[in-house]
Design a protein around this ligand. Structure first.
Ligand code: MG
Length: 269
């Protein structure tokens, strides 16, 4: 396969985007926004935001993130975009927030889990940060002096907490998250988006382990779509599983994905 470039990728999906039958979908952190040492400081690349604002008027646009959907809506203010947060536990559609029943059903456990995580983090290396989300809680290792060592040190305690609470421990780059158990993932979200938009073609760009189920959903859908393109967006911390899961399709950086979106917006006036 020739290497993917922004020009080539935009050219591949432009015909479907012009017909309004392209599902243009993307992860947020590390894909639309460069990775930032402070997760709260992530910012969408301006030209990606401008391109998505235009493209969302022409074809379905979706952003799928591990962040909770209210934060995602603030960080990615794209009118008309379909937002999925907390790995599919929450959706934002036409101004309405939908929450998965398993998240609501497990909400009473969350304060106890947060307290246990705070106690665990207090015993670990400095810099590890707790992100309390609406329906789940994430532990970020990137701010620690040695993130991988910090993750290795705390992982057994987090896994034990998952077992005692019945919650799921999900890993990303430099982050572990405790989530209500259930079938949701970016893969289930992508399948739902393909169905609700009746897209005939789809592209999904992502950079982390949580994006692999979305890549898989596209790979499975390839037989009934005109075009299905999972794209791995590379960075300093790309997990080794990512590129094969995207069928070898890569872009070198969030900036290259933003350039793709900009070229696509120009091709779909
Ligand atoms: Mg990401």
């Amino acid at each position: 396969m020739p290497p993917l470039t922004p020009e080539r990728l935009a050219g591949l999906v432009a015909p479907a985007a012009r017909r309004g039958t392209l599902l243009l979908s993307s992860d947020f952190d590390g894909t639309l926004a460069p990775i930032c040492p402070d997760p709260m400081g992530a910012t969408i690349l301006p030209r990606a935001a401008a391109a998505l604002c235009h493209l969302a008027t022409r074809t379905p646009v979706a952003i799928l993130s591990g962040r909770d959907v209210t934060t995602l809506a603030r960080l990615a203010p794209i009118p008309g975009a379909r937002l999925s947060g907390s790995y599919g536990l929450e959706r934002w559609r036409d101004g309405v927030l939908e929450v998965a029943p398993e998240a609501v059903g497990r909400a009473r456990q969350l304060p106890g889990i947060v307290a246990a995580l705070e106690a665990t983090i207090a015993k670990g290396p400095a810099g590890v940060a707790l992100e309390r989300k609406r329906w789940s809680a994430a532990v970020h290792f990137r701010p620690a002096a040695d993130p991988l060592a910090a993750a290795a040190m705390l992982r057994p305690a987090l896994a034990a907490l998952a077992v005692t609470t019945g919650w799921s421990l999900v890993g990303g780059r430099m982050v572990y998250e405790l989530q209500p158990p259930g079938p949701r993932s970016k893969g289930t979200e992508l399948r739902a988006l393909l169905s609700e938009t009746r897209a005939r073609a789809a592209v999904y760009a992502g950079d982390d382990l949580g994006d692999i189920p979305a890549f898989a959903a596209l790979t499975v859908a390839v037989e009934r779509l005109e075009l299905a393109l999972p794209v791995a967006v590379l960075g300093a911390e790309t997990p080794p599983e990512l590129v094969p899961a995207a069928g070898g399709r890569t872009l070198p950086s969030p900036e290259a994905w933003a350039e793709t979106l900009q070229l696509l917006a120009a091709a779909v006036p």
